[in-house]
Design a protein around this ligand. Sequence first.
Ligand code: RIB
Ligand code: NA
Length: 292
Amino acid sequence: MVKIVVIGSSSMDLVVTSDQRPGAGETVLGRSFKTVPGGKGANQAVAAARLGAEVYMIGCVGDDHYGAAILENFKQNAVDATNVEPVTHTESGTAHIILAEGDNSIVVVKGANDHVTPHYVKKSELLIKQANMVLIQQEIPEETVEYVSELCQELDVPLLLNPAPARPLSKKVIDSVSYITPNEHEAAVLFDNLSTESALKQYSNKVFITEGKAGARYFDGEKEITVPSYTVEAIDTTGAGDTFNAALAVALAEGKSINESLQFANRAASLSVTKFGAQGGMPNRTEVEASL
Ligand code: RIB
Ligand code: NA
C-alpha cells in the first residue's frame, strides 16, 4: 500500500441543477438542490483512498455543521483526518455549483481553507517525510504551495501539483515540483509566454496537460504523446480532475510507468463522471482495473 499525503481544501458543495444558467441580473427556476462533500483536496484524498492507497489529509474545516459533516465523510472513506483541524469562529469552505446545459460553473468561498498556512502544514512535517507521494492543489494560500514545494524537495518526497484553480506560479515552484497537471486554461496561465508544445518539451515527463475527454498530453524526452481517455455518458463532470490527479498520484507512487499511470488516471476519471457529485462515481480499484 502506498502512502499518500494530500495537502489542500475540504469544502461542502452546494449544488443546484437547472435547465438554464442565469445571466447577470436574471433569475431562473432550478430543479434540485443537494449538499455533498467536495473541495479539491478532500476529493483527491477520497479518490486515492478508494483506489487502495493509505491516505492522510492535511487541511482545515470550520467549526460549523459542514465541518463536522466533512470530517465524518473522511471517516466513511477511510481517509486519516487526524491533521484536519476545525478552526474556531470560521466557516467551512463552500463551493456554489450550478449544473446546467451539460456543464458546471462554480464559485468557491475558501473559508477555513485559508488557514492551511505554511506554519500549519509544518506541524505535519514528519508525516510528509514518510509519504510516497504528496498531492497539492490551489484552493489554499499561495505561500503554502510555495512552502510545500520547497519542503518536499528538501525531504526528497515526490510532489504532484494540480494547479487548479488557475493562478500564476513562480518558475521556482514549477521547477521544484515532480509533476504538474494543468488543463489547457491553467497551462496558458502558468506558461504565459510559452506555447503548450514548448512547455511540454521543456518539462518532459513532468508536465501533463489534461484535455478532458481527449485525454492527457506529455513529452517523453523524444516526442509528444497523447494518452486518450474514454467515452462515457457524463452525468456530472465535477471532480473528474480530482479523480484523475489522485489516480495518477497512486499509480506513479506504485512505480507504474507514466504511460500506464495516465491510462489508469483517465479510466478512473471517466468512471467518476457517471454519477452525481464530485465524490459520487469515484471508482474503487477493482472497478478501474476491470475496465482497463
Ligand atoms: O474539483 C471539484 C471541486 O472544486 C468541487 O468539489 C468544488 O468543491 C470545487 O472546489
Ligand atoms: Na461524479
